[in-house]
Each structure stands twice: as C-alpha cells, then as structure tokens.
Design a protein around this ligand. Structure first.
Ligand SMILES: Cc1cc2nc3c(=O)[nH]c(=O)nc-3n(C[C@H](O)[C@H](O)[C@H](O)COP(=O)(O)O)c2cc1C
Length: 199
C-alpha cells in the first residue's frame, strides 16, 4: 500500500532551520522504508490568507447556497483539507516563536478547522472527522524545554489536531535529538508499525 505523507514546514528560515532539517530527516526515513511513499509539500512560508468576514460567512452557509464569492473564499481551505484527507501521516515542523506556534501555522489551523468538514458536534460532544492518521511534530526552540510549564505550543497543537480527529501524535524534540545524534530509528519504527492499524 502506498503511503502518503503530508510535509508541513512553518519555520521562517530556509537555511539552518532545525525543524526543516528534522522534517526532512523524518520524511526521508519513511521514503527509505518504502520507495513508493508519496509526499505532499506544504510550506507555510508561502503565506495563507487569514480567515475574514467573507470566509466566516461562507463557512456558515450550506454548500449548496454559497455564492461564487463565498465558494472562492473557501478554495484554499478546501485544498488544505484535501491534503489532510489524502495523507496517512502528517509531519509538522514546529519552531517555537514567542512561546507559541508560528502565526503561519495558526493560519493553517484556522483554514483546516471547519465544522461539518473536519469536525462535528454530536450528542456525545465534538467528533473529529479526519480519522486514522498519525502526526509527528518536529519541535525546536531556543530554550523553551519541550513539555515544560512554558511550553504552550505542544499542548495546544496536540489538542487542536485531536479535535479534528488526529489524536495519535508523536513529538520529536530536535534539541534533544541533536545531542543524541538523531537516534530516531526506534521512534519512527514504532510509528511505522502502527500504520497497519490505520490502513
Ligand atoms: C521570531 C522568533 C521568536 C522566537 N521565540 C522563541 C521563544 O519564545 N522561545 C524559545 O525558546 N525560542 C524562541 N525562538 C528560537 C527558535 O525557537 C529556535 O531558533 C528554533 O530553532 C527555530 O526553529 P528553526 O530552527 O526551524 O527555524 C524564536 C525564534 C524566532 C525567529
């Protein structure tokens, strides 16, 4: 079975970026396991629009009643959501910016979090609709330790990914991995093993 990886980068740096380097290493590892692996590239440096009034109105209008202007406003969102549905594994570069996630990554979240498309409310509460996926967050900071009380980024990102259905999230800490010479094999093998469960 061909695996599709959605590769998302959000570092503003294209040179010497720990997260871009880490994301590449993770994706290359999976490509080495299976030469048929397909990769969808989404570089958030090519900025996404912020959601605005037209977008919000469009989102709350049923699809059959949307004006062409409203349909147009949701085009990018639909494209990004399709990328998620097409993928088996989502690898996200997560640099810490000002104790949080980069604004470009938040813009992506705002585009892909859509009621009745990627989540819905049921009698039992919210249900994420992007099912049977795994995500890997490749974390880098200048000093904020992963999982510390000032790490506001990873709890949020894990929560919102879970909210849209992606509740199997592994975090790779490049700050630690660099000290350990990238002993990634074990972590990535465990993720690879779980693919069968989600197939
Ligand atoms: C605009 C900006 C804000 C940053 N804010 C923080 C921060 O609040 N806490 C921290 O530990 N590191 C912070 N850093 C350092 C980055 O997290 C660190 O350089 C990381 O390696 C960036 O990822 P990259 O190497 O993939 O670009 C900041 C860096 C930039 C460019």
């Amino acid at each position: 079975m061909t695996q599709t990886i959605l590769k998302i980068n959000s570092s503003g740096r294209t040179q010497d970026s720990l997260t871009r380097n880490g994301v590449n290493q993770v994706v290359d590892w999976f490509k080495r396991q299976d030469f048929q692996t397909q990769v969808i590239e989404r570089d958030l440096n090519h900025s996404l629009p912020f959601i605005d009034e037209v977008w919000i109105d469009a989102n709350f209008t049923s699809s059959e009643n949307r004006t062409s202007n409203q349909q147009h406003a949701l085009n990018k969102s639909n494209e990004l959501i399709n990328e998620l549905f097409q993928s088996d594994l989502i690898v996200i570069g997560l640099p810490i910016y000002n104790f949080s996630i980069p604004a470009t990554l938040k813009a992506w979240i705002d585009q892909v979090s859509r009621a009745k498309v990627t989540f819905q409310y049921t009698e039992k509460g919210p249900e994420g609709l992007i099912k049977n996926k795994q995500a890997i967050l490749v974390y880098a900071s200048g000093g904020t330790p992963l999982g510390s009380e000032i790490d506001f980024a990873t709890p949020y990102l894990k929560y919102i990914l879970g909210f849209i259905g992606i509740d199997d999230v592994t975090i790779i800490d490049t700050n630690q991995e660099n000290k350990n010479n990238w002993s990634l094999d074990q972590q990535l093998s465990a993720i690879k093993q779980k693919e069968k469960k989600y197939a």
